[in-house]
Ligand binder design. Sequence first.
Ligand code: SAM
Length: 405
Amino acid sequence: MFSLSLAKHDTPAQLHLTGNLSGAEVSAARDQLLGLLPLPAGPWQLDLGGLNELDSSGAQLLLAIQRALSSIDQPTTVSRVSPAVHEQLRLLNLESLYPAARTRTDRCPVANNATRRHPWPLSASSAWLWPRTTEMSSELTPPPLGDSEFRRLQKLMADASGIVLAPNKRPLMAERLTQRLHHYRLDNYADYLRLLDQPPNLNERRLVVELLISNETYFFREHPHFDYLGSWLAARQAPLKCWSAACSSGEEAYSLAMVAQEHLHNGDWSVLASDLSLSVLEKAGDGIYNMAQAKYFPQGWLHRHCLSGSGDMSGYFRVQAVLRERVSLRQINIVRPLPDDLGLFDVIFLRNVLIYFNNEEKQRIVQRLVSQLRPGGLLFIGHAESIHGLDVPVRLLSPAVYERL
Ligand SMILES: C[S@@+](CC[C@H](N)C(=O)[O-])C[C@H]1O[C@@H](n2cnc3c(N)ncnc32)[C@H](O)[C@@H]1O
């Protein structure tokens, strides 16, 4: 759902957008905005209170708005940026829209678990001055990414994550990294590579990897797996140790936690949630999600296992502390040797990540993870993935579900 309004103090909104905006509708909204130009002097108020998600076309629209506003010689405020949108703006490097967000902390008002501190504004009175610079003044059209630059970025990515991006991913790479060129006000990738290398800029390299990896996930994704696990657990007496080995922002790990809580009679379970990307792990740690993400919850589970937000957090839910406390988070790169204190697991979810690796890497990863499974334990991979032909001691039980021999 996309909703934002741009208004001048004491006057009706000049631009009010709501609904699920398709690419064409976003273009229409940009045209509408251009029709308003030049905007008269402010103060202007951009209210993002109804903005729950931001896709790349939404980001483009926000950039267009920023351009329009930065031409006005009056301060403009941006208000009510939700945690989810803040996170997306951060990943897209659009948080410079409101620089104070980087340092500001507030209490999270979600029900009775309001003990953590969070970097987002929480009341309508929270507002940041719009930057007066034209930091991202040009359109986000990627400059050309040449062969040698593509190969160097491909290598950087492979060294850090094991993922070898195919040549057909070149446009995607160029599009995603354009944000960083704008950030540094560079107009070509050769300069950006120099910045990454001389001297090695580890933080920036980490960001490149994060921008190029897909983190798509949702609760109860590929739900037959959770049904299968539920039945498997119902007959179980022993404690349960699960691992979500590429957990992204935590939806998979918390889905596992809910299934364990519902089906394991002895109540003795734990989940390790790991990923390469620190930014998704941070989100997983918060355990706060947009209400729309509860779409595939089994009936009644949202109310049993989550708390709903109120005030500025309305429209969000948070996984209950009793579950969050049993989900531990850790950064683990599955292409590297695993930490030696992991112990053995009863269930490992390794879903929708193998797809990024070639066969040799896949063999090493699956072997590594299967060696962390107890005999009789279960390995789940994504339905679109295959480990057929790999030399690993497992047998197929159900689609994309294997038992460790
Ligand atoms: C598409 S998401 C899948 C999330 C979840 N497993 C699911 O099925 O919904 C892929 C995740 O794999 C993670 N990933 C990619 N390479 C990795 C690596 N080498 N080690 C650990 N995690 C990695 C990414 O950061 C991303 O969060």
